[in-house]
Every structure is written in C-alpha cells, then in structure tokens.
Design a protein around this ligand. Structure first.
Ligand SMILES: Nc1ncnc2c1ncn2[C@@H]1O[C@H](COP(=O)(O)OP(=O)(O)OP(=O)(O)O)[C@@H](O)[C@H]1O
Length: 704
C-alpha cells in the first residue's frame, strides 16, 4: 500500500476519504473565492492551521509574491503587509530558497527565524501570533507556487500533516494554474471589450475635448489614473506639449498647459520615445534628479509614485506620449492597445487643427489679397482718373517737359514744391506716361504713418515678427512690383529707416520684417517733398547718401504765385468739375471774381484754389459765379500750412448753410429767406438744419 492510500485510509470518515473529497472539490474549483472557501472548510478538517498564503513566482523566477491569502485574516490586510508581500520578495531571502532546495515541505520555527533577519512579511505574520509555518513549493521552475500554512502553536505540523500538505499542494497548484488561466482569459476578454468600447468612442473623436471625455469615461477609471496626460511632439521635433490631461474623477483639463512647450532635452522623454514597451518611473526618484523636466511637476508623487510613459506612434513616427500616474498594477498589453487607439485620435486632431490653421492662413491671405487688390484698384482708379495737369504758363510747361523726358526711363524722380502745387499729380503723370502704366502706382505718405510702422508698411512683415503682427502682410514695395512706388513727404522718413531705404534702392531687393528670404523687386521710385531736402541734409536730418540717390532727376513744381497766368484756366477747370458734381449750371465767373482770384497770394496753391472754387460753386445759385470766399486779410496771414484746413463736403455744407442763415438774419422762408437763396424748399433746409445740428446760438452769436 503506498503512502497516499494509507493516508486516505486514516482520514476516512464515515467511509469517505476526506482527502479524496478535497481533491475532487479542488479539481472543480473555478475561482479564488471557491478555493479559499474550500481551504477553510475542508483543509482545516485535515490539518490544524490558522491561515494560508498561496504565492507565485514572477516570470523570470526572481521574485515571489502573493496570489491568494486567507481573507479572514483582517490583521494581514494592512498596507504595510500588503506592500511587502504583494509587491514581491526576492526568492533568495533565506526562507523561500531553503524550501525550494528541500524539495518537500519544510517547517519553519518563526520564533527562531525572528532572531535572524527575516523578510518583512514573516515579521508581520509573527506579530499576528504565528509561531510556526510550513512552506511547500510546487510547479514548474519558471512558475512555481508556494503554499504557506501558519500556526500559532509550535510543533503543530507533524509528519502526517506535512504529507497531507505535500499531497494537497500538488492539487492546489493545478487548481491555481487553472484559476490563473481562467483569470487571464477573463482579463483578456475584459481588455478586448475595453478596447472595443474605446474604439467605438475614438471613432467619434473630433477634437481635444472629445478625446479628453473618452479617456475619462472609458480608460482613466479602469487604470485608476491619478493623472493622465497625452503629450504631442512639435512639428520641428524639438519640443513637446500637453494636448490633454486630467484624471478619472476631475475634469480632463483641456487647454491648461498646452501653451507651454517643453524642449526635448531630457532623458525621460527620450527613453519613452525610444522604448517599444511602456516604461515605469518612480516620481519621487525623478524629482531627485539634478535637472527635473518641468512637465514632471504635473504629477504629484504624494498621490502615487508610479508614472508610466508610453509612446504614441503614427506609422514609423513617434507623435507623442501617454503619461499615466496610477497606484495599481495595470496590464501593459492593454495600455499599449489603448495607446494605439489614442494615436489615431491624436493624429486626427492634429490633422484637423493643422488643416484648420492652414485654412485660417489661406483665408487671411485671401482677405489680405482682397484688401490689397481693392487698394490697388482704388489706387489705379484714382490714378487713371482724368486728372489732367492744367496750366500753360512757361513755368508749368517746363515741368511737362521734364515729366515727358523722365517718364519713359526707370530713373528715380524727386519732386519738390510747396504744398498743393501738384506734386502727386506730377508723379501720377510720370507713371501714366511710363511703360509701367498698366501696373499699380502705390502711394505711401511717410508723414501719415507712425514712425514705428513705416518699416513694416514699406517692407511687409511675417506673422509674429513683432507684437501685433498677427498675420503675414506684404509691404508697399512688393505691392508696387512692376509698377511705381510714390513716397510722398519723403522728408519725414525716420532717419534710421533712411539707410534701409537706400540699401533697397541700390540692391532692388527687400526682406520682410521677421522674414529670412530676400525678395527681388522691380519698382520705379518717385519721391516728393515740400521741404528743402538739401537743408534737411545740412541740418543732419536727412542722409546725404540717400539724398543724392533720390536726387537723380529733380522736378521743382512752381507755386501758384509763380504762375498766376494759370489761375484763370485752373479756376475754369475746377468750376466746370464742381458744376458737374453739384449739378449746377454756372456759366462761368464774373470779372470781379477773376480779379479776386488773381489778387490772392495762394499759400495753399492749386489745392487751395480748387477748394475755394468748390465751396463757391456750392454756394452759388445760378448764372455766373459772382463771389468767391477768400480768407480775409490773407496777405498778412500766417504760413500756408497753418491757414489752410481741409474740410469735408458735409462740413462745407454746414458752414455754407450757417453763413447763409447769418446773412439772412436767421430767416429761412420768404423772398429774402435762406431757403430761397440756397435754392432748396423750406422743409429741406429745415431738416438739414436739424441734421447738421445748427443751433440758434450759432446763427445769432457770431456776426460776419
Ligand atoms: N496742374 C494742376 N492741374 C489740375 N489740378 C491740379 C494741378 N496741380 C494740383 N492740382 C490739384 O490740386 C490738388 C493738390 O494737388 P497734389 O495733391 O498733387 O499736390 P501736392 O503738391 O502733392 O500736395 P502736398 O504737398 O500737400 O501733398 C489735387 O486735387 C490736384 O488734383
């Protein structure tokens, strides 16, 4: 009779072998709970023991850790205990390896072991009252199970008990293997269903918020994520930034840190990017590094010390990483599967954002081009308008000659003359007589643009080249390409910019602000000023080299005082023009008016003449122009620029109505009323007075 049958015989109760019953029950055990129940109900009938631990070695055979323990033992559920026994112990701790070496169950006297240096889990058991234990090892070398039974009395485990333990351990090992396989199958099924649910969710991801929501709902809880982040690598691959981050309970913080770019210069990020497998880091250790990468501070090690990094790949390219801070052991296979799906979603988001950004750029270009086209058209319109140069005096004729001489060439022209003498008109005449006439003439008034903006106005800028440069903008030089650039009031050009302008004129190429490529330009330059540039040079306000570069072909426009013989012709020309635009039918002007015009000294030159005729035409009723409104005491009056102020037609209309009302003593209707004089119905004048807000005080307060 062999040993087992002997045992079975001894342990037979009511004709039934307890061992046989246990063996059969163990064989059909499906899960951990059943197995524990069995151990408590049946094994304890065969052997006297307080509790049991079933452990398993790691795949590499270097560690062993708890697979199952007697749940009744509350004292052993303390964190410290679990940390020791659950995380794992080294197989060469002096206890485990001794049992392996023995080849059969060994009894360990815990009191004696406590005098040496026992593993912490033994200490913990001793503290709960255990004084003796049996350790039995079973299974393949790569996957060994250990069964540890404790007793609170010494010499509890006799020879017979050891035999039973050895015998039962063999069956328990089979049962545990089965349970573990079952659990693994269940785990794989669960992982599959998670991945399936995730893939359904991922298919709906359109943006960061969607991805954050899906991760929070479907993954973060499963991985018990204290923190979860997805970071993406920049296009130049020099930095990475957080796309989304959050945790299972709190909201996924969507945009918070993504503005921050972390330069890829640390070992941690590099290691994750290079590793095929997820990498686990200890946060407390990372935070002891000499140079801690800033993104590591997103994770508070007090919540959990474990940070797992997994790379996200699109084809062969690593596009970012997933960071998972968790306190539990997670399936790395599942994590990799999850990350594969996150990669697709991230790629979609980045792609969409990129397309959106490109669309935005295209739209802004479109808008800019539309703006620029309309500007150019406007410019063309102005310059192709029938604004002939009027005058047949010798002085102006010599100007025409110069214009004709220079127009066909590409030479730079410097037009000088008092304000309103027709410098811009002359520039236009040069352009329209030149081979460039079908291309734009672009005007820049150097005095009208703030000094700090002239450079970008002339040369353009790239997006972000300075605060406020929210979009790329081409400059006037580029706009005028193949045409003419008219720099009015060149004397106002900031000194610092004069050198750059000189360089551009010499090299015929420009570089946009913030740009890094030079752009060839073919532009004819015409500049104008009412200052004496030579004097500006002498006073150090204008660069002499630029002055000489501009002064290639000077044209000096005569003042109207110097060509009085043109006044009549010009006045008739303007009268005709404003007759048309105001719908008037003035046949001409009286000889008194002609005389008045001739005797005036015209500090504002042709512009002033034009405005006076415009105003007088507006005020005239019918017949001939009998009166012109010249400034009083004009001969002694101040400098031209100070005397003349531009007015809109509306302002002129207001002034005119006001003056008429004053002359009529505020009378609106009747033969001597303002309405009659102005040639409008009384009701029209009444509503105009209201609209233009002309008050009684204004009418009566001021005497003309
Ligand atoms: N010879 C001319 N024939 C017809 N109109 C003229 C003549 N000269 C000037 N004008 C008109 O006078 C006005 C002022 O002319 P323009 O703007 O060319 O002068 P400017 O010398 O450039 O003035 P500023 O120095 O103030 O810029 C314009 O409306 C223009 O059409």
């Amino acid at each position: 009779m062999n040993q087992t049958s002997l045992l079975e015989k001894t342990l037979t109760i009511n004709g039934k072998s307890l061992l046989e019953a246990l063996r059969t029950d163990i064989a059909v055990t499906k899960n951990e709970t059943d197995l524990l129940r069995l151990i408590n109900s049946q094994l304890k009938k065969l052997i006297n023991f307080t509790h049991i631990i079933i452990g398993v070695t790691s795949e590499d055979g270097r560690m062993y850790k708890v697979f199952l323990q007697d749940k009744d033992l509350d004292e052993l559920k303390s964190t410290v205990y679990n940390q020791g026994i659950l995380v794992g112990n080294c197989v060469s701790d002096g206890v485990y390896n001794q049992a392996v070496k023995a080849g059969s169950p060994i009894v360990v006297d815990l009191e004696e072991l406590m005098t040496k240096k026992p593993p912490s889990w033994i200490k913990m058991n001793y503290e709960t009252g255990a004084r003796e234990m049996v350790i039995a090892i079973q299974g393949e070398p790569a996957r060994k199970y250990n069964f540890i039974l404790f007793s609170d009395i010494k010499n509890n485990f006799n020879h017979e008990a050891l035999e039973i333990i050895e015998h039962v351990a063999c069956h328990l090992a089979t049962a545990v293997t089965k349970i573990r396989i079952n659990e693994e199958i269940q785990e794989v099924e669960k992982e599959k269903s998670i991945l399936l649910a995730l893939s359904h969710g991922m298919a709906t991801v359109r943006d960061k918020a969607d991805l954050a929501r899906i991760i929070k709902q479907k993954i973060a809880g499963y991985f018990n994520a204290v923190n979860f982040a997805v970071s993406i690598i920049s296009e130049d691959r020099q930095s990475h930034s957080i796309l989304i981050c959050g945790n299972q309970s709190g909201d996924m913080i969507d945009d918070r840190p993504d503005k921050e770019n972390f330069v890829i210069d640390d070992d941690i990020f590099d290691r994750v990017v290079l590793s095929q497998e997820p990498l686990t880091f200890s946060l407390s250790r990372l935070k002891k590094m000499a140079k801690i990468p800033r993104y590591i501070f997103l994770y508070d090690e007090k919540k959990s010390d474990k940070l797992i990094g997994v790379r996200l790949k699109a084809g062969e390219t690593v596009i970012g990483c997933v960071w998972l801070q968790t306190s539990v052991n997670i399936s790395m296979i599942l994590l990799k599967g999850v990350c594969a799906q996150i990669s697709i979603a991230v790629l979609n988001i980045i792609g969409k954002e990129k397309i959106a950004a490109q669309l935005e750029i295209i739209n802004s270009y479109k808008k800019q081009i539309e703006k620029e086209t309309s500007y150019v058209q406007e410019q063309k319109l102005v310059h192709s308008g029938n604004y002939d140069m009027i005058g047949s005096s010798r002085a102006i004729k010599s100007v025409y000659e110069l214009i004709n001489q220079v127009a066909y060439s590409n030479s730079t022209v410097l037009i000088t003359g008092e304000t309103g003498t027709g410098k811009e008109l002359a520039a236009m005449a040069i352009h329209t007589a030149s081979p460039r006439k079908n291309n734009p003439m672009i005007k820049v008034n150097c005095a009208a643009i703030p000094a700090n903006l002239i450079e970008s106005e002339l040369f353009g800028h790239e997006k972000g080249s300075f605060t406020g440069a929210v979009e790329r903008r081409i400059g006037k030089f580029e706009m005028a390409n193949n045409g003419t650039l008219f720099l009015d009031e060149i004397g106002e050009m900031p000194f610092e910019l004069q050198a750059k302008l000189l360089r551009t004129l010499q090299e015929r190429e420009i570089e946009r602000l913030g740009g890094n490529r030079t752009i060839k330009i073919d532009v004819r330059i015409i500049v104008a000023t009412n200052r004496e540039l030579k004097k500006e040079v002498e006073n150090g306000r204008f660069r002499p080299d630029l002055y000489y570069r501009l002064n290639v072909f000077p044209i000096a426009l005569p003042s109207l005082r110097e060509r009085k013989e043109d006044i009549q012709e010009l006045a008739a020309y303007f009268l005709e023009r404003y007759n048309r635009s105001f719908g008037k039918r003035l046949a001409g002007m009286s000889s008194e008016v002609e005389q008045d015009l001739l005797s005036y000294h015209w500090p504002g030159n042709v512009r002033e003449l034009e405005h006076i005729i415009e105003r007088s035409t507006l005020m005239a009723t019918s017949g001939v122009l009998k009166e012109v409104y010249l400034p009083k005491n004009n001969f002694q009056e101040k400098l031209p620029d100070e005397t003349f102020s531009f007015k809109t037609i509306k302002e002129n209309e207001r002034d005119h109505i006001l003056q008429t009302l004053r002359r009529c003593g505020g009378k609106i209707s009747g033969t001597k009323g303002a309405a009659k004089l102005l040639g409008v119905p009384v009701s029209t004048l009444g509503s105009k007075i209201n609209k233009l807000n002309i008050t009684k005080e204004e009418i009566f307060q001021i005497r003309i």
